[in-house]
Design a protein around this ligand. Structure first.
Ligand SMILES: NC(=O)c1ccc[n+]([C@@H]2O[C@H](COP(=O)([O-])OP(=O)(O)OC[C@H]3O[C@@H](n4cnc5c(N)ncnc54)[C@H](OP(=O)(O)O)[C@@H]3O)[C@@H](O)[C@H]2O)c1
Length: 259
């Protein structure tokens, strides 16, 4: 049974990935597995897809739910053709006054759960399979008022690049997707404590375009996928400029002292 597994499928780029995979894999995909906490959203998405869908309403930060995914994999013994790890969240604001549970929750979901799901699913992948990991352009440099989130995405980028190299001999590729700001529900969560990134509007991308590029790059087995000229430029600059200087400029931008 050939399967695609998508986490974070209830909204944003995970949802978009499910829709595009549904269209692209017209041959030989038996089921698409959709994972997120909001079951109603997953059901609505399932009704829009042409493939048979298995809905897994799971909280990937809960041990019990991770074990449920493991059990489903054990029972169904699928041949996973593509895994898209899109579950994740960020929280904007000063670390000192933040809720600690929200900070550690990012590490749990963005790093630990992503690692657990990847490890679990890898056993059910064969030569030719692909893994798509949602990192972020925030992985390219540390970010003030987004420090833990940026660190989690640096983890995803580093982990994905080395795993891609490690898995080459098995014919499995890993693509880290590193978008700048994307127009999804992400910022509803990220900016809920009245802190915001006022410069994000200048760089906002559309989810369908970011995901299309990610899937094309995964098809070509690229290790990193960066959408838009601006974000490719940002990536290049972050390789050149001292990060201390970048952090200063970012702080000024965030405080509205430059734009
Ligand atoms: N939007 C951006 O600007 C942007 C930029 C760069 C990278 N990213 C990354 O891209 C990925 C997708 O983000 P998005 O923009 O599509 O955001 P989004 O619309 O907020 O989607 C996040 C997804 O994660 C799921 N999720 C959250 N907590 C979960 C949990 N405990 N267990 C299982 N699923 C959980 C949500 O579903 P439920 O709430 O139903 O569980 C939702 O489907 C994330 O990793 C994000 O960090 C986003």
């Amino acid at each position: 049974m050939n399967v695609a597994i998508i986490t974070g499928a209830s909204s944003g780029m995970g949802r978009e990935a499910a829709k595009q995979i549904d269209k692209i894999y017209t041959d030989g995909l038996s089921e698409i597995w959709l994972i997120a906490r909001r079951e109603d959203r997953l059901k609505r998405l399932a009704s829009e897809l042409t493939h048979k869908v298995r809905i897994l309403p799971l909280d990937l930060t809960e041990e019990r739910d991770l074990q449920e995914l493991d059990l489903s994999l054990n029972l169904m013994n699928p041949d996973v053709k593509i895994l898209v790890n899109a579950s994740g969240y960020g929280m904007v604001g000063p670390f000192k006054s933040s809720r600690c549970s929200e900070q550690t929750g990012m590490i749990r979901l963005n790093c630990e759960s992503l690692t657990r799901v990847t490890h679990m699913v890898l056993k059910y992948m064969q030569r030719g399979a692909r893994i798509v990991q949602f990192a972020s352009a925030a992985a390219f440099v540390p970010q003030t008022d987004f420090s833990v989130y940026a660190a989690t995405k640096a983890f995803v980028l580093s982990f994905s690049r080395s795993l891609n190299e490690e898995l080459k001999k098995h014919g499995i590729s890993v693509t880290a997707v590193c978008p700048g700001p994307v127009n999804t529900e992400f910022f509803d969560v990220a900016e809920q404590h009245n802190a915001n990134f006022n410069f994000k509007k200048y760089f906002m991308s559309k989810a369908d375009k970011v995901v299309r590029k990610a899937l094309v790059d995964a098809y070509h087995r690229k290790s990193v996928s960066v959408y838009s000229l601006a974000m490719n430029g940002f990536r290049l600059l972050m390789k050149i400029f001292p990060h201390e200087l970048v952090l200063r400029v970012m702080t000024l931008l965030q405080n509205g002292k430059i734009i």
